[in-house]
Design a protein around this ligand. Structure first.
Ligand SMILES: Cc1cc2nc3c(=O)[nH]c(=O)nc-3n(C[C@H](O)[C@H](O)[C@H](O)COP(=O)(O)OP(=O)(O)OC[C@H]3O[C@@H](n4cnc5c(N)ncnc54)[C@H](O)[C@@H]3O)c2cc1C
Ligand code: SF4
Length: 570
C-alpha cells in the first residue's frame, strides 16, 4: 500500500472539528501554533443551509433520510447508522452510537443546553462512595466556564443553586404559554422551574446577530445566533492564518516512535488514498468513543494494547445519561386562539435537580427538559390525529375523519401537548466499555468498536422517579399522561444506553497512571505530547449535558499545551 507522507511538521494535529476539536483549534491558533485539523466529514457552512425552507417545498415534507435521521432540513449529517461505518455490541447488551460526520460534528444540531457542572459533581464519590472523584474541582474549571460564556454567549439566570452554578448570562427569552402552565404547576409542587441556559444569543455578540426567534435551531443557524463550532470557533481560527483544515480525512491511527506521538495516518475518503502527517503534538477530539477507538487501533511494541493504554483503561468507564420521557395532553391548551409562540429552537424553562438523595433510593440526580407548543408542522405532524382516540379513551374529543372535521380536530389539539424528558447521572462502571471488535472492519479496513453496556439498579430506580414525577406534574396541570406508567419489566421506560447522546468517559483523567489514561490537563500519562479533548476525559457524567464542560476542559488543555510548548517541554 502506498502511503503519501507530507514533509511539513505541524505544531499540532487535531482530529475532529466538533466541540472539543473546534475549541482546541480556536485557542491554539490564537496563541500562534501552526495547526492541522483533520475531519472525517465534509465542509459545512450554516449560511448555505435550509434554515428558511417550508416543509411543503420538499416532496418528503422534511422527513428523515439515512444520512439525516432527524429530517432532511436538520443540520445533522451522520446518525446512528452510517453507511460503511458499522459497530457491534456484545450479546445481551445494548448501546446506540450517534456520530456526526460534517465540519463541526454534532455541534451543528445539538440542543445548545449549556450547563456547568457543580462543585459536588467533581467530588461525588466523597459524598456517596460510588464511582470516583475527579482530580480537579469546580474552582479549577470555573475560569474556563467564565471565558466560554463571554466568548460564545449564553442566556440564563443566576439562581443561587449551589450545585447548578450560574454564569455570565444574557437575559433569557420569555417563557411560552405552555411553559408558564408548567411553571405554575411546579410552583404549587415546590419544584424549581427556572429559565434554561442555552448558548443562543439574545443580544448581538462578537459580530454575531441576536436570535430572531425562528425556532429552527436544529437546522443550524444562518445568522450564527446559536453556537456551533463552524459558526463561532473555526472562522476566527482560520482568520489567524494558522489553521489548515482537511475534510473527508478519516484518521486511521496515531503514529508513534521512541516515546512520542509523531502524527497520524488517515484515509482520504474521496480518493481512497492513504496519507501520513507529522506534528509535534497530537490532539484527539473525534468524540469519546472514536478517540478511544483510535488509541486502541494504534498498536506498537511499546503499546501492544493500544497507544497510551498501559493502564488497560482505554475504552472503559463509558457513560451515557439516563433518560425517559412522558407526554401529556393538557385540556387548558386545547382550542387555543392563534397567539405568538415565537422563540428559540429550545426550551425557555427547565427543572434543575432539586431533591436530597438521603431521602431517595438512588444516587445522584437528574434535570428535566420541557417541550410542547406549536412548532412548525411537518412530516409526521402530531403522529396521526386518529391515534388520539386510543391514547385517551375518555378524551375530550373523538377525532379523525376527513375534510373540515379533520382540520378542526388538528386545530383543537395543535399545541395541547406538553412533554418532560429526564436526563440523569449514571455511575461510571469499569464493566461498561467499548473495545475493538476482532472480526469486523469499516469501509476503509479500520477495525470497528464493540460495545458492552448495562444499566444498573441505581439507574432504573432513578428513571422510575422521573416517570412518577412527570406524571404528577401533568396531573397537577389538569392533564392526562399519554400511555401507562412503564413497568419494572420494561425498565420503567429507560432509554437504551447511548440514546441520550452524552457518551463520555472512555479515556478518563486521574492522578494515578495505573487507573487512568489522562492527567488533569487531558494529557496522556504514557505519551506526553498526546492529548484527548473530547468527553473521553470525564470521570463522571453528572446529569448536566456534557458539551459546556467538554469545551471548558479543551480550553484548559489548550492553554496548558501552549504553556508547555513555550517551555519547550513538548
Ligand atoms: C440531537 C443532539 C442533541 C444534543 N443536545 C445537546 C445539548 O443540548 N447539550 C449538550 O451539552 N450536548 C448535547 N448533545 C451532545 C453534543 O453534541 C456532544 O456532546 C458534543 O458535540 C461532543 O463534542 P465532540 O467534539 O466530542 O464530538 P463531535 O461534536 O461529534 O465532533 C467529533 C468530530 O470528529 C470527527 N471524527 C470522528 N472520527 C474521526 C476520525 N477517525 N478521523 C477524523 N475525524 C473524525 C467527526 O466527524 C466529528 O465531526 C447533543 C447531541 C445530539 C446529536
Ligand atoms: S431560533 Fe434563533 S438561534 Fe435558533 S436558528 Fe432561529 S435565529 Fe438562529
Amino acid at each position: 500500500m502506498q502511503i503519501i507522507e507530507s514533509a511539513e511538521e505541524y505544531d499540532v494535529c487535531i482530529v475532529g472539528s466538533g466541540a472539543g476539536g473546534g475549541m482546541a483549534a480556536h485557542e491554539l491558533t490564537k496563541a500562534g501554533a501552526n495547526v492541522l485539523m483533520l475531519e472525517a466529514g465534509g465542509w459545512f457552512d450554516s449560511e448555505d443551509f435550509a434554515m428558511f425552507n417550508w416543509p411543503y417545498e420538499s416532496p418528503r415534507r422534511g422527513g428523515p433520510t439515512r444520512r439525516q435521521p432527524f429530517g432532511e432540513f436538520d443540520a445533522c449529517f451522520g446518525g446512528w447508522d452510517i453507511e460503511g461505518e458499522p459497530y457491534t455490541t456484545t450479546e445481551g447488551t445494548e448501546f446506540d452510537w450517534f456520530r456526526g460526520r460534517m465540519l463541526g460534528g454534532r455541534t451543528n444540531h445539538w440542543g445548545r443546553i449549556s450547563l456547568r457542572f457543580g462543585p459536588d459533581d467533581f467530588r461525588a464519590r466523597s459524598k456517596d462512595g460510588m464511582g470516583d472523584d475527579w482530580p480537579i474541582s469546580y474552582q479549577d474549571v470555573k475560569p474556563y466556564y467564565d471565558r466560554l460564556d463571554r466568548l460564545i454567549g449564553i442566556f440564563g439566570t443566576n439562581e443561587g443553586i449551589p450545585n447548578a452554578p450560574g454564569g455570565i448570562y444574557m437575559d433569557p427569552p420569555e417563557p411560552r404559554c405552555y411553559e408558564h402552565l408548567i411553571k405554575d404547576a411546579c410552583d404549587d409542587m415546590d419544584i424549581p422551574c427556572i429559565p434554561s441556559r442555552l448558548s443562543i444569543l439574545t443580544e448581538p455578540h462578537n459580530g454575531r446577530a441576536a436570535c430572531h426567534y425562528c425556532g429552527q435551531c436544529n437546522r443550524s443557524c444562518s445568522t450564527h445566533s446559536n453556537f456551533s463550532s463552524p459558526s463561532v470557533l473555526l472562522p476566527p481560527a482560520l482568520e489567524t492564518g494558522n489553521l489548515e483544515i482537511i475534510n473527508n480525512a478519516m484518521v486511521r491511527e496515531v503514529t508513534y516512535e521512541d516515546g512520542k506521538a509523531t502524527g497520524v495516518s488517515y484515509v482520504n475518503k474521496e480518493n481512497g488514498k492513504e496519507y501520513k502527517v507529522k506534528s509535534k503534538v497530537v490532539v484527539l477530539a473525534a468524540s469519546a468513543c472514536e478517540s478511544a477507538r483510535l488509541l486502541l487501533n494504534s498498536k506498537s511494541s511499546d503499546f501492544p494494547n493500544g497507544l497510551a493504554n498501559s493502564s488497560g483503561v482505554v475504552g472503559k468507564y463509558l457513560m451515557d445519561s439516563t433518560g425517559t420521557s412522558v407526554m401529556g395532553l393538557i385540556p387548558d391548551l386545547m382550542n387555543m386562539p392563534a397567539h405568538n409562540e415565537d422563540g428559540t429552537g429550545g426550551m425557555h424553562l427547565y427543572i434543575p435537580w432539586w431533591k436530597d438523595n438521603s431521602n431517595l433510593d438512588f444516587a445522584r440526580g437528574y434535570h428535566v427538559e420541557l417541550w410542547g407548543g406549536r412548532g412548525m408542522p411537518s412530516y409526521g405532524f402530531m403522529g396521526g390525529i386518529q391515534n388520539y382516540n386510543d391514547l385517551f379513551q375518555d378524551g375530550p374529543k373523538r377525532s379523525g375523519g376527513y375534510g373540515k372535521e379533520l382540520k378542526d380536530d388538528y386545530r383543537c389539539y395543535y399545541g395541547s401537548m406538553v412533554g418532560f424528558s429526564g436526563r440523569g447521572e449514571s455511575i461510571a462502571y469499569e464493566d461498561n466499555y467499548c473495545e475493538i471488535d476482532p472480526d469486523m472492519v469499516d469501509e476503509w479496513g479500520i477495525p470497528v468498536l464493540r460495545f458492552n453496556y448495562n444499566w444498573s439498579d441505581q439507574e432504573y430506580k432513578q428513571v422510575k422517579h422521573m416517570q412518577e414525577t412527570f406524571r404528577n406534574i401533568i396531573d397537577e396541570m389538569g392533564g392526562e399522561a399519554m400511555g401507562d406508567m412503564p413497568s419494572k419489566e420494561d425498565g420503567y421506560g429507560i432509554t437504551n444506553p447511548g440514546q441520550i447522546i452524552h457518551e463520555v468517559g472512555t479515556t478518563r483523567m486521574g492522578d494515578d497512571p495505573k487507573k487512568s489514561v489522562l492527567n488533569e490537563y487531558c494529557q496522556a500519562h504514557d505519551v506526553d505530547n498526546l492529548f484527548v479533548t473530547d468527553g473521553g476525559s470525564f470521570v463522571s457524567q453528572p446529569h448536566k449535558n456534557p458539551t459546556w464542560t467538554i469545551m471548558a476542559l479543551s480550553m484548559r488543555a489548550s492553554e496548558y499545551i501552549v504553556d508547555q510548548m513555550e517551555k519547550r517541554n513538548l
